[in-house]
Ligand binder design. Structure first.
Ligand code: IMP
Ligand code: MG
Length: 177
């Protein structure tokens, strides 16, 4: 693919920095749930790498599940409406649910997803996001834990894509528009 490598600008967050923060996120989960079982829920596709590393730092009994919500249609610009295209199979009224998200941008995806999940009466619901761009919020939404707060830049790697590429980069980089 033409220009593939030249679109990867400077590294914003290294593998080591990610690893260290995810360790802290695991400790946060272990301290909150104190031995109670959880349903760690990843929002696909962006959270797949984060989920894989986060769950390895969880020591409370842990099931994993995935949901898919799409809000990005036009390259790097959010189209606004959110739809759930893959749902959890579990009846979450029996679970403490912990959502793992790659990034909170406008806040629309997680506001919608958490409203849907709350209506199903989970035992509890917490949101952990790897990245947070608070300056871009359109709707009011705050995660229980944000591992990195970043400026208004489009980023790729460690699960995050541009046009479905770059998810496999092991670090987070700025995308050269
Ligand atoms: P929100 O609904 O606007 O908060 O956006 C959530 C989704 O948009 C995220 O889960 C990502 O999939 C995508 N997204 C937002 N910002 C970025 C970015 O900088 N790089 C890659 N994907 C992004
Ligand atoms: Mg996402």
């Amino acid at each position: 693919m033409k220009n593939y490598k030249s679109k990867i600008k400077n590294t914003l967050i290294t593998e080591e920095e990610i690893k260290e923060k995810i360790k802290q996120a695991g400790e946060f989960i272990n301290s909150i749930y104190d031995g109670n079982p959880i349903l760690l829920t990843g929002i696909l596709n962006g959270s797949f790498m984060f989920m894989a590393d986060l769950c390895r730092n969880v020591t409370v009994p842990c099931e994993v599940g995935f949901m898919k919500a799409s809000s990005y249609y036009n390259g790097t610009v959010s189209a606004g409406n959110v739809s759930i295209t893959l749902d959890l199979a579990q009846d979450i009224s029996r679970y403490h649910v912990v959502i793992a998200e790659d990034i909170i941008d406008t806040g629309r995806t997680l506001k919608e997803v958490t409203e849907i999940l709350r209506k199903r009466n989970p035992l509890s619901l917490h949101v952990i996001t790897l990245l947070d761009k608070p300056s871009r919020r359109v709707v009011d939404f705050k995660a229980d834990m944000s591992l990195f707060t970043i400026p208004d830049k489009f980023v790729i790697g460690y699960g995050l894509d541009c046009g479905e590429y770059y998810r496999n980069l092991p670090y987070i980089a700025e995308y050269k528009e």
